[in-house]
Design a protein around this ligand. Structure first.
Ligand code: NAP
Length: 249
C-alpha cells in the first residue's frame, strides 16, 4: 500500500456499496488517500465500508447527503472541512447512482426527473462544491462513473442514458475548462457489473451479450479509476474509458 498522506483526501459519492465501495478501497490502498465516503441512506453499509477502509490505515469521514439536494451537498462537504481544516481534497469520484427503468411510453415524470436529478444534477451539485478548491490548489482528479447506456443507449433506460450521456458531455467540456490548472476530468463507462443495481437482472441471459461472457466486478471498475487518479495519468483528460468485457454495441 502507498504511504498514507495525512492531508490528502478523496470524495466518493455513493461509496457505501458496489462500485463506489470498491473505488474507495482502491484509492485508499493504492494512493493512501483518506476518504470522504458519501451515501444516501444506507448507514449500515457505509459503516461496514468505513471499517474496511480503516483497517487499511486511512482516515474516513462519513458524509450522508443526497447528491440531488444542493444545500445538503454543501452542508455535508462543509461538515467534513470543519472536522479536517488541514485537509486537501485531490480526487472527486462522482459515482452515486440509481435506475428507474421503463419504456419511455410508460415512464412516469417522477422516474425521469429522479434519474436525471441524481446523476446529472448530482454531478453539478457535488462538482461545483469542490471545484474552486481544486482550481486554487492547481491540482485535481475528477472521475465520473457513467455507463455503456450513455454511449450505446439501452431500451428501457432513456432517462438513465440521457443522464449518463449528459455527464459525458460535461466531462469533455469541464476537462477543457480546467486543463491549465492541472485538473483532469475523465469518465469511466462500465457495462454489466455485479452489484445491487444489477441483482434483479437475468445474468445468465444477459451475459450472452457480453463478448467475455460474464458480468464484470466492481474491482475491475475501481482499477481504472485508481489509475486515472494517479500521477501517471496526468496527460489523460476528457476521456471516456469503457470497462465492459467488449460489449461496445
Ligand atoms: P449500487 O450498488 O446500487 O450503489 C449505489 C450507491 O449510490 C450507493 O452507495 C447509494 O447509497 C448511492 N446513492 C444512490 N442515490 C444517491 C443519492 N441521491 N445521493 C447520494 N448517494 C446516492 O450501484 P452500483 O452498481 O455500485 O453503481 C455505481 C455507479 O455505477 C452508478 O453511477 C451507476 O449508474 C454506475 N454503473 C453501474 C453499472 C452496473 O452494472 N452496476 C453499470 C454502469 C454504470 P446508499 O447505500 O445509501 O443507498
Amino acid at each position: 500500500m502507498a504511504e498514507v498522506t495525512k492531508a490528502k483526501w478523496a470524495l466518493i459519492t455513493g461509496g457505501s456499496r458496489g462500485i463506489g465501495r470498491a473505488i474507495a478501497l482502491e484509492l485508499a490502498r493504492k494512493h493512501g488517500l483518506n476518504i470522504v465516503l458519501n451515501y444516501a441512506s444506507n448507514k449500515e453499509a457505509a459503516e461496514t465500508t468505513a471499517a474496511e477502509l480503516k483497517t487499511i490505515g486511512v482516515d474516513v469521514f462519513l458524509a450522508p447527503f443526497d447528491v440531488k439536494d444542493p444545500e445538503a451537498v454543501k452542508a455535508g462537504i462543509e461538515a467534513w472541512r470543519s472536522a479536517h481544516p488541514e485537509a486537501r481534497l485531490e480526487v472527486l469520484v462522482n459515482n452515486a447512482g440509481i435506475t428507474r427503468d421503463n419504456l419511455l411510453v410508460f415512464m412516469e415524470p417522477a422516474d425521469w426527473h429522479e434519474v436525471i436529478n441524481t446523476h446529472l444534477n448530482g454531478f453539478f451539485n457535488v462538482t461545483t462544491s469542490v471545484l474552486q478548491g481544486l482550481v486554487r490548489q492547481r491540482y485535481g482528479r475528477i472521475i465520473n462513473v457513467v455507463s455503456l447506456s450513455g454511449t450505446k443507449g439501452v431500451p428501457g433506460q432513456t432517462n438513465y442514458s440521457a443522464a449518463k450521456a449528459g455527464i459525458i458531455g460535461a466531462t469533455r467540456s469541464l476537462a477543457q475548462e480546467v486543463a491549465k490548472r492541472n485538473i483532469t476530468v475523465n469518465a469511466v463507462a462500465p457495462g454489466f457489473i455485479t452489484s445491487d443495481m444489477t441483482k434483479d437482472l437475468d445474468e445468465a441471459q444477459l451475459k450472452q451479450l457480453v463478448p467475455m461472457a460474464r458480468f464484470g466486478t466492481p474491482e475491475e471498475v475501481a482499477g481504472i479509476v485508481g489509475f486515472l487518479a494517479s500521477a501517471e495519468a496526468a496527460y489523460i483528460t476528457g476521456e471516456v474509458i469503457h470497462v465492459n468485457g467488449g460489449m461496445h454495441s
